[in-house]
Design a protein around this ligand. Sequence first.
Ligand code: AMP
Length: 141
Amino acid sequence: MAEYDNNNIFAKILRGELPAHKVYEDEHTLAFLDIMPRAPGHTLIIPKKPARNLLDVDSESLAHVIKTAKKIAIAGKKAFNADGVTMQQFNEAAGGQVVFHLHVHIIPRHKDVPMKPPASAMEKPEVLAEHAKLLKAALAE
Ligand code: AMP
C-alpha cells in the first residue's frame, strides 16, 4: 500500500490551507460538508491524525472517527428531517477511494429518494453554508 501523502486535499483542509464548510471539530476529528453532496447534508468525518484509510488507521483514531460519525448521523437526520442515514467508507482506488486521508461519509436519506451519483455536481457555496448552519444548530440541541 502507498504511503500517506501529506499533500492530499483533506490534509490541506486540516492545516487550513484549503477552505471547508466545517460542521464539527474536536481534539481528534473534523467534520465538514462534501463539496459534491450525494444528498443534502452529506458530511465527511476525518481523523486529525494522518491515516490513509481503514487499512492503516490505528484503532484509537478510528474509534474517535466512528464516535463523531454517530454524532453527525443523529444531527443530520434531525437537521434535514431525514428518514434514514447512509454511512460509506472506501479503501484504496479499487475500493472506490479518491482522497487518500481516511474519511467516513454520513448522508441523510429520505424514503424513496435515490442518492445522486458520486461526484455528479459541485454544490453552491451558499447552499453548503446554509446546510452547515442547520447541522451545527442540530448538534447544539
Ligand atoms: P472517496 O475518496 O471516494 O470517499 O471520495 C472523496 C469525497 O471527497 C467525494 O465525495 C468528493 O466529493 C469529496 N471532496 C473532494 N474534494 C473535497 C473538498 N475540497 N471538500 C469537501 N469534499 C471534497
